[in-house]
Design a protein around this ligand. Structure first.
Ligand code: NAD
Ligand code: UFG
Length: 333
């Protein structure tokens, strides 16, 4: 079965393409390389011995997308392509709405024009806004606190409306919690340009000596040690969740929505302690003020994904740091 993977040279997309190949799927990557590099395609070949088809194309260019789909004839789509930096989305909302919403509309139109009914969409735990309690279940109220989150919520709504209009579609909305780590080969992982916004990439650069210390954003949250608590999931586990979702779509379930997390919340200080253990030295940090917009705690109730698609994360926090650090060191060489 052939899968169109938008954003397939990106962080989560590349790990998912590896899993697709390992599970006997053919994949066709479409990516405009705005946040990834073409050499990822070769890295995927090194890992799997298979070179996936790759097209450098922008979802905003509907004609090119249409040509690729007509030529490759994929039977299903996994849609990762999108811009994802929360802070940048506040500064450049039009760029985010245009890229994420218009890009998705083009993709869905091209799917419709070519009779493709199955899609897996990368949503985010950000759609729960500031949750009233944890763990978070899929039927909790949804809200957006920034333009990036608003694009995820709007795309979810578009998919729900599309399903109402065409119940022969099969749609899996996957709400990721905090993806971290890298492929165990050290060949693919997350390597953001400039100073990272997210916790684990920042910690990696502190460990590599590129940044002096970690700034812990607030120690006065309503959590066990006062620092923010999140549900970190190994990107390889997350990639596996897409295979489970595709298998579910093959049973023609209509529209389904699942949290993909581990169900375990770790604080920033838990993360510092675990990574220091992996490094064999203390990771330097300083307690600083809160980052605007951050919430106390966010972790998943994973029971629905376990029950309906048999999804359960297998890797622990130590694996996430060992593999992430291995990738960081390989990327430096
Ligand atoms: P990423 O930036 O590494 O990958 C996204 C890819 O999409 C990039 O390779 C980029 O070049 C491509 N892209 C962006 N706009 C495009 C366009 N118009 N046309 C073609 N390609 C385009 O990000 P990621 O971490 O792999 O995230 C993948 C998806 O998962 C995104 O939709 C993101 O919002 C979502 N998500 C990510 C996280 C996270 O923390 N990483 C959490 C929740 C949800
Ligand atoms: N943190 C620090 N110092 C840093 C960076 C982060 O203390 O330098 C703290 C934050 O305050 C938070 C925790 O580490 O408590 C995690 O922060 P991240 O920026 O790594 O992740 P967030 O949970 O804030 O957000 C991420 C993505 C969002 C996505 C969300 C849920 O950036 O886009 O996960 O998937 F919506």
């Amino acid at each position: 079965m052939k899968i169109l993977v938008t954003g397939g040279t990106g962080y989560i997309g590349s790990h998912t393409v590896v899993r697709l190949i390992e599970n006997g799927f053919d994949s066709v990557i479409v990516d405009n390389l705005s946040n990834s590099k073409e050499d990822v395609v070769d890295k995927i070949r090194q890992i799997t011995n298979v070179r996936p088809a790759f097209y450098k194309a922008d979802l905003l260019d509907k004609e090119s997308l249409s040509e690729i789909v007509k030529k490759e004839k994929p039977e299903a789509v996994i849609h990762f392509a999108g811009l994802k930096a929360v802070g940048e989305s506040v500064a450049l909302p039009l760029k985010y709405y245009h890229n994420n919403i218009t890009g998705t509309l083009h993709l869905l139109e091209v799917m419709q024009e070519n009779g493709i009914k199955d899609i897996v969409f990368s949503s985010s735990a950000t759609v729960y806004g500031k949750p009233e309690s944890v763990p978070i279940k899929e039927d909790f109220p949804l809200s957006a606190t920034n333009p990036y989150g608003a694009t995820k919520l709007m795309i979810e709504d578009i998919l729900r409306d599309l399903y109402k209009a065409d119940p022969t579609m099969n749609i899996a909305i996957l709400r990721y919690f905090n993806p971290v780590g890298a492929h165990k080969s050290g060949l693919i992982g997350e390597n953001p340009n400039g100073i990272p916004n997210n916790l684990v990439p920042y910690m990696m650069q502190v460990a590599a000596g590129k940044l002096e210390y970690l700034r812990v954003f607030g120690d006065d949250y309503n959590t066990k040690d006062g620092t923010g608590v999140r549900d970190y999931i190994h990107v390889e586990d997350l990639a596996g969740g897409h295979i489970s979702a595709l298998k579910k779509l093959a049973q023609r379930p209509g529209i389904v929505t699942y949290n993909l997390g581990t169900g375990i919340g770790y604080s920033v200080l838990d993360m510092v302690k675990e990574f220091s253990g992996v490094l064999g030295r203390e990771l330097p940090y300083k307690i600083c003020g809160r980052r605007p917009g951050d919430i106390d705690e966010c972790y998943a109730d994973t029971s629905l994904a376990k029950k309906e698609i048999g999804f359960a994360a297998e890797k622990n926090l130590k694996d996430m740091f060992v593999d992430g650090w291995n990738f960081q060191k390989t990327a430096e060489r």
